[in-house]
Design a protein around this ligand. Structure first.
Ligand code: 26W
Length: 822
């Protein structure tokens, strides 16, 4: 007999109460007197983790025995949020657990609040990775997430005097009950050094990467439970550790303490998440993070492959590696290096294997976000990889010249190395050349990739470019975040919708049921009241519960145009000031989001919002007709509070720049109507919900291009539109910032002279559409119908659909069902 529970057919089931108590006493060493709420959170999480462990082990064992093709999802970011509530829901144990805790005198809802968000990501890309983990587990796919265990996640945002101020997010300060250290899983990662050519007596040769400065990668595993299935997948996060057994060089032997301390510097590699999205800094440490992550991950993947296989040709049949943007693209030359220098395969064979293993997802067309590494930096840190990249490029361009007619200009655009005074490694070009599939994240985005960003690549590889429209997990974003709506839906159509979101279609049958619509509104009001309390606590603002909850929450970026939203707010304010007795539909305009710490223009938009809020919220003429709320420190957890309470979802990027958006999907799935441009997935949301159930405005993507081509003059709009002129003049004349005159001068100058993101061009169309929104909100019955249609028709945007498409069109992986035991 085995001592392991995993081996028992019908292991005795654990009682959560017992295990909760055991962890409080034995793991945390607390008693009735010393126990805190945070202890309760920690002990409960460990008890819930215990319930996952057997499934987790069994899942990994089953994948090992069945040896199916596996997919490895490589991402520098995972915005997981809190894990306790999600684990309970996916284990189908939430209610039972709450009741058991109640008997012990604990309130689950309250305990949950002690969990610190796992915020190891910036925004869209990081949260998408987290949603996909949930769907991959739910679809029972043999999938593995890999990432970095940053000690500091995305910074905490405070607002001081209206300005964003950043604080470090030391999320591990009270420990983390969810990840487990794999004590024996450590890999050596090499940096720097030089390449040595070693020649055999027979004249053949190979390259050796020597005199390197090494760091260890240690594995921490996080369980990823599927929804109501036995599969528990794994997210493996690497932490950097100094090599422990180093010898002192002749040179520093004298200074022992200094030498040991210096070795610890290598641990800074996993210290902190880079807080920019859509802006590349080109920092050494960032490239170190990327290679550290990729090297450890490939070593782990290859170790697993070798357990069952000794023929490298099987590698692409057994392994698919999905690269989440270009951040892990150094994996391409790294696999080449391993195959050629270590496994001693020839170039052609190594290239054949490599290009059949990797697939790449592009997440942005914003030019500042396309990664390029200065060749000197790249070559200093990774000398062998630079050689390999050059050789990949040489052969690629050779091939293009031979098989396609391409002039010098086209060759320069295709080249992985940019020419010019400062040579750079273009990671997107490397990604396209080194993979078998490149996908965009929405239809329009894919179209723009093919026609505008990479047209020459698309000509060479017409079948390589695909679209997989993004999706969101209905477990977190509906079932967990909106329990009241979930109950109402389930009362009508059962609860299968949670794993098959297309079933929401059935609630269309109740659109004409006035009692159902009333309940629908009651749910929204319930959620609104929770948010009202939160706003009162946080910002001390009294919000009118009958106002339109008009919400824009997302990272701050000029292309997302929070500024356009502010111009609308000021326009409304002016209408009130002109006629304080005006009858208007009350609105609460809510903002949330972080700006990259070095992104001055975005930070000034935050300051403007807070300045406008100060004036508007304290003006007695305004009353409860209009309120402006900036909620600080937007996060996954805050999103879960805000989105279910919203009526209007602001998705107002300048057309052509928002690759997809995923917030847009979360809002619609919770019954908010969208006001948005024809950008990203908004277009597909419109297609699904019907044009009468969404508010579309503004220039189309092609119109933006045309306007710019013929010479866009924002001043013309300013001069010909009195309402716009008045709003801009107010900002310029320090109306909202009398104590800090001039602070918005740069912003105003930018708008008047360049307006790169076409705020002025879309202003009037936006205002008109907002007026239409207000009109339609007056008719609550009709508005409720539209809200129901939005939810009923949102099925396409489940991450289950998105992940199934990846599995079929790109990965070629199939589910591994787990049924035995518990
Ligand atoms: C190197 C700095 C950096 C960091 C992150 C550059 C770019 C990024 C991301 C690619 C930015 C990002 O999160 N893009 C968003 O990806 C989402 C998921 O596909 C899309 O829904 C958003 O439209 C896109 O902006």
């Amino acid at each position: 007999g085995s001592i392991f529970f995993t081996d028992k057919e019908e292991p005795e089931s654990f009682s959560i109460s017992n295990q909760f108590a055991e962890h409080l006493e034995f793991t945390l060493v607390k008693d009735r007197i010393t126990v805190t709420k945070d202890d309760a959170y920690y002990a409960l999480s460990l008890a819930v983790r215990d319930r996952m462990v057997r499934r987790w082990l069994r899942t990994q064992r089953e994948y090992h025995i069945k040896d199916p093709k596996r997919v490895y999802y490589l991402s520098l970011e995972y915005l997981m949020g809190r894990l306790l509530g999600n684990a309970l829901i996916n284990l189908d144990y939430y209610e039972e657990c709450r009741e058991l805790l109640k008997k012990d005198g604990y309130n689950l809802e309250e305990i949950k609040e002690y969990e610190h968000d796992m915020g190891l990501g910036n925004g869209g890309l990081g949260r998408l990775a987290a949603c996909y983990l949930d769907s991959m587990a739910t679809l029972q796919l043999p999938a593995f997430g890999y990432g970095i265990r940053y000690e500091y996640g995305i910074f905490a945002q405070e607002i001081e005097n209206g300005y964003q101020v950043e604080y470090a997010d030391y999320w591990l300060k009270n420990g983390n009950p969810w990840d487990i250290l794999r004590r024996s899983l450590q890999y050596r990662v090499k940096f720097y050094g030089r390449v040595e050519k070693k020649v055999y007596p027979d004249g053949t040769y190979y390259f050796d990467w020597v005199d390197t400065d090494d760091v260890l990668a240690v594995a921490y595993d996080v369980p990823v439970p599927g929804y109501k299935v036995k599969n528990v997948n794994n997210l493996r996060l690497w932490q950097a550790k100094a090599v422990s057994d180093f010898e002192f060089s002749e040179f520093n032997r004298g200074d022992y303490v200094e030498a040991v301390a210096k070795k610890n510097d290598s641990e800074t590699i996993s210290k902190v998440l880079y807080p920019n999205d859509t802006y590349v800094e080109g920092k050494f440490l960032r490239l170190k993070q990327q290679y550290f992550f990729v090297s450890a991950t490939l070593q782990d993947i290859i170790r697993k492959f070798k357990i069952n296989h000794d023929n490298w040709e099987d590698f692409p049949e057994k392994v698919c590696i999905q690269l989440n943007d270009t951040h892990p693209v150094v994996a391409i030359p790294e696999l080449m290096r391993i195959l050629i220098d270590q496994e001693r395969l020839g170039w052609e064979k190594a290239w054949y294997i490599t290009t059949r293993t990797f697939a790449y997802t592009n997440h942005t067309v914003v030019p500042e976000a396309l990664e390029e590494w200065n060749e000197k930096i790249f070559g200093e840190l990774l000398p062998r990889h630079l050689q390999i990249v050059y050789e990949i490029n040489r052969r690629f361009l050779e091939d293009v010249k031979k098989n396609y007619s391409a002039d010098e200009a086209v060759l320069e655009k295709l080249s992985i190395i940019s020419s010019g005074p400062e040579k750079r490694v273009r990671m997107a070009n490397l990604a396209i050349v080194g993979t078998f599939a490149v996908n965009g994240v929405a239809e329009l985005h894919t179209h723009i990739l093919k026609t505008r960003i990479f047209p020459d690549f698309n000509k060479i590889y017409p079948k390589k470019f695909l679209c997989v429209t993004n999706g969101i997990t209905p477990r977190r974003w509906i079932r967990a975040a909106n329990p009241e709506l979930s109950k109402l839906i389930t009362s009508k159509i059962g609860e299968e919708w949670v794993r098959d979101l297309s079933q929401l279609k059935q609630i269309e049958n109740f659109v004409d049921d006035a009692a159902f619509r009333k309940k629908w509104r009651e749910v929204k009001m319930h959620n609104r009241r929770l948010l009202i309390d939160y706003i009162k606590n946080e910002n001390n603002i009294d919000v009118n519960p009958d106002s339109i909850f008009d919400v824009q929450v997302k990272r701050f970026h000029e292309y997302k145009r929070q500024l356009l939203n502010v111009l609308h707010v000021i326009t409304l304010y002016n209408r009130i000031k002109d006629n304080p007795k005006i009858k208007m539909v009350p609105r609460t305009v809510i903002f949330g989001g972080k700006a990259a710490p070095a992104y001055y223009a975005a930070k000034m938009v935050i300051k403007l919002i807070n300045s406008v809020a100060d004036v508007v919220n304290n003006d007695p003429d305004v009353g409860d007709k209009l309120k402006v709320v900036f909620l600080k420190n937007y996060s996954v957890t805050l999103a879960e509070k805000i989105i279910p309470a919203s009526d209007l979802s602001e998705q107002i990027s300048v057309a052509g720049l928002e690759a997809s958006g995923t917030g847009n999907m979360k809002f619609a799935a919770n019954g908010a109507l969208t006001i948005g441009t024809m950008d990203g997935a908004n277009i597909e949301i419109r297609e699904e919900v019907g044009e009468e159930n969404i508010f579309i405005f503004g220039l189309l993507a092609e119109e933006v291009v045309e306007l710019k081509a013929k010479g866009y003059n924002p001043r013309k709009y300013y001069e010909s539109n009195p309402s716009l002129k008045r709003v801009i003049d107010m900002i310029a004349s320090n109306y909202f910032n009398p104590k800090e005159p001039g602070i918005f001068n740069d912003m105003i100058n930018g708008l008047m002279n360049v307006d790169y993101y076409c705020v002025f061009a879309d202003y009037q169309s936006y205002i008109d559409t907002q007026d239409k929104v207000a009109q339609e909100f007056l008719n609550q019955e009709e508005w409720t119908k539209k809200s129901i249609y939005n939810v009923a028709r949102i099925g396409k945007f489940s991450s289950d659909r998105a992940v199934s498409e990846y599995a079929k069109k790109i990965w070629n992986v199939k589910p591994v069902k787990l049924n035995n035991g518990n």
